[in-house]
Design a binder for this molecule. Structure first.
Ligand code: GDP
Ligand code: GDP
Length: 460
């Protein structure tokens, strides 16, 4: 017997979308009583190696206040009672609503295990909602995008300990590392296998001709042409999974990857939005510069976007083989980097030649390190010892004579590292003091190059 997972949440948070992703094609409609449009749906779900029964309460009417109408309550209770674990979805873009609070209360009382997830978490608009989700008192929220298949690896990790209690939940699966073009990302999050060592999701972005396809092909190890621009137009993304120097990577498409494909003209139009989309899917963004035209405005825009989206960034300067004055050029590049991309201070910059393969080992190391830094988790105890030392040396200013007390700090999420600082008058904490704290965190906890978020909240 495997376990049963119930997807619960108010209407429109994405339950059906997630259900369909987990169940894939083998969708079954059950319990479809006459007179009721849709009731509990049930199907066989799979994520990575874990198999389970999934039930979903989708199809309920929207409610506007905190009181759950009878039908919604009854159905949710029934789902909760039949499930071993509840996956509680909120909409990260909307944040926590009164109905969410009521459902959270119900789950806290009634459900044996609850996993909290903030759906629609692709992109920056979701950040505040994700942090709000902590208020529900159900632990760390997962950031998911049911529609785009983001966060399925985190969901898998959350389900693994539960699967371990149900011996039949784990199925044998094949690792798809080194496969052909994976052109069905749509089903990937749910149905398809995730390798045992989770792939690091990367995107290679940069101007046309920077050498993106050459680099991706070098990583893939052969001159494999990735075809199928139609795929890119109709689907969210294409990706290829590969084992590169012993590490599994999933590389998301950019126009560059598909430039040799059939519909050349359309690709030109696609290139910018494509790069932007690849950034949303990626965990680590490799900004590929051409040493002959480095730090062009397009490069700067996409690097800035990657930072704002909270991705780890590695800057790679390509065509280094063409450079004759290497030491001098290196100095110039460092200076330009610091001046033009101050928001990425400390991010690694690696010189490579995609054509000759030189420097690719260093690029690999930089990506793996950036990914690790992006995943940094600091205990609350360490953070507060650190905060006490910082504020002793360098207390916050007292604007207009009002003393700001900094009470307590906690890391609310990783990827990128995100912290909440509780202060007596949060609005009075000046930007430069926040920057001082962020720089201190970066320095003292060894987090170079990764975006760090710091939010202030009021607290006593
Ligand atoms: P349900 O009522 O909870 O079952 O929600 P649905 O699955 O029907 O989704 C409600 C709406 O949210 C639909 O328009 C979906 O396409 C959309 N949606 C679902 N998941 C996501 C997501 O991850 N991101 C975004 N942006 N929209 C999503
Ligand atoms: P994309 O548009 O970013 O995908 O760029 P391509 O990979 O198609 O490369 C554009 C041009 O730059 C091609 O002529 C490549 O052969 C050349 N190129 C790519 N990488 C290097 C490199 O490391 N050194 C040199 N000398 N040329 C390169």
């Amino acid at each position: 017997m495997s376990f049963t997972l119930a997807i619960v949440g108010r209407p429109n948070v994405g339950k059906s979308t997630l259900f369909n992703r987990l169940v894939g094609r083998k969708l079954a409609l059950v319990d479809d009583q006459p007179g009721v449009t849709r009731d509990l749906r049930e199907g066989e779900g799979r994520i990575g190696p874990v198999r389970f029964t999934v039930i979903d309460t989708a199809g309920l009417e929207e409610v506007t206040d905190a009181s759950l109408p009878g039908r919604m309550r009854a159905l949710t209770e029934r789902a909760v009672d039949s499930a071993d674990v509840c996956l509680f979805l909120i909409d990260a873009r909307v944040g926590v609503t009164p109905v969410d609070r009521t459902l959270a209360e119900l789950l806290r009382k009634r459900a044996p295990r609850v996993i909290l997830a903030a759906n629609k978490a692709e992109g920056r608009a979701a950040e505040a909602g994700l942090i709000e989700a902590w208020e529900l008192g159900l632990g760390e929220p997962l950031a998911l995008s049911a529609e785009h298949g983001i966060g399925m690896d985190d969901l898998l990790r959350a389900l693994e300990p539960i699967a371990a209690e149900f011996p039949d939940a784990a199925a044998i699966f094949e690792v798809d590392v080194g496969d052909e073009v994976d052109d069905n990302v749509d089903e990937e999050g749910g149905g398809a296998a995730l390798p045992a060592g989770r792939p690091i999701q990367i995107a290679v972005v940069g101007r046309p001709n920077a050498g993106k396809s050459t680099l991706v092909n070098a990583i893939l190890g052969e001159d494999r042409l990735l075809t199928g621009p139609e795929a890119g137009i109709t689907r969210d993304a294409i990706a290829v999974t590969v084992d590169w120097m012993g590490t599994p990577f999933r590389i998301f498409d950019t126009a560059g990857m598909r430039k040799k494909a059939k519909v050349q003209a359309k690709l030109e139009k696609l290139s910018v939005s494509d790069g932007l989309r690849a950034v949303k899917f990626a965990e680590v963004v490799v900004v590929l510069l051409d040493v002959q035209v480095p730090f062009e405005s397009q490069d700067l825009r996409i690097a800035d976007l990657a930072e704002r989206e909270g991705r780890a960034v590695v800057v790679a300067v390509n065509k280094w083989d063409l450079e004759e004055e290497k030491p001098q050029k290196l100095n110039e590049l460092r200076e330009a980097f610091g001046r033009l991309l101050p928001q990425l201070r400390g991010a690694p910059m690696v010189m490579v030649s995609a054509l000759t393969g030189k420097g690719l080992d260093r690029l690999h190391t930089a990506i793996v390190k950036a990914y690790a830094v992006w995943n940094t988790r600091i205990s609350t105890a360490r953070l507060n010892r650190w905060l006490a030392a910082q504020t002793a040396d360098h207390p916050p200013p007292a604007p207009a004579g009002r003393r700001i007390r900094l009470r307590y700090m906690t890391q609310v999420k990783t990827r990128p590292p995100t912290f909440v600082l509780f202060a007596s008058i949060p609005d009075a904490v000046p930007e430069d003091y926040k920057r001082f704290l962020v720089n201190g965190l970066r320095r003292d906890f060894d987090m170079p190059g990764t975006p760090i978020r710091l939010y202030l909240r009021s607290g006593d």
